[in-house]
Write a protein that binds this ligand. Structure first.
Ligand SMILES: [Ca+2]
Length: 134
């Protein structure tokens, strides 16, 4: 079960994510939401904090339609113990692609904030899940 709330934006608004615009199939002629009725479109960072169960690894999965390869997504996870996890993911094309990452959880961490930062234009996102792996 995902630690994130509203990871697919199916509430119709971004909350509790901080930022972005929730849009539906009418947003763009070339793309519909990856799943459900809604997706997030953003050119600015958005984030969500989660409470961590005991464990050493998490799996992050999401779908992105980055439009072109110059639209990069920076994924950052800040733990309450410090030492952020950061990775930059280049866009691919104007279709949906699912991206998956394994994130090590520092010993003693109890909360984590996932921040997703698109650059060089809007990126559409859907179906975020953050799942304990061990
Ligand atoms: Ca959705």
């Amino acid at each position: 079960m995902s630690l994130l709330v509203n990871g697919g934006f199916e509430s119709g608004s971004p909350s509790p994510w901080t930022g972005g615009s929730v849009v539906g199939a009418s947003d763009a002629s070339w793309i519909s939401p990856y799943e459900g009725e809604w997706m997030l479109r953003s050119g600015q960072p958005f984030s969500q904090q989660v409470t961590l169960p005991a464990g050493t690894k998490m799996g992050l999965s999401y779908a992105a339609n980055s439009y072109d390869k110059h639209r990069v997504t920076r994924l950052r996870v800040d733990f309450d113990t410090g030492d952020p996890w950061i990775v930059d993911v280049a866009g691919i094309d104007d279709q949906w692609h699912v991206f998956q990452h394994e994130i090590p959880v520092p010993s003693g961490a109890t909360t984590a904030t996932l921040t997703v930062s698109p650059s060089n234009g809007y990126v559409r996102y859907d179906a975020f899940t953050l799942t304990p792996l061990s």
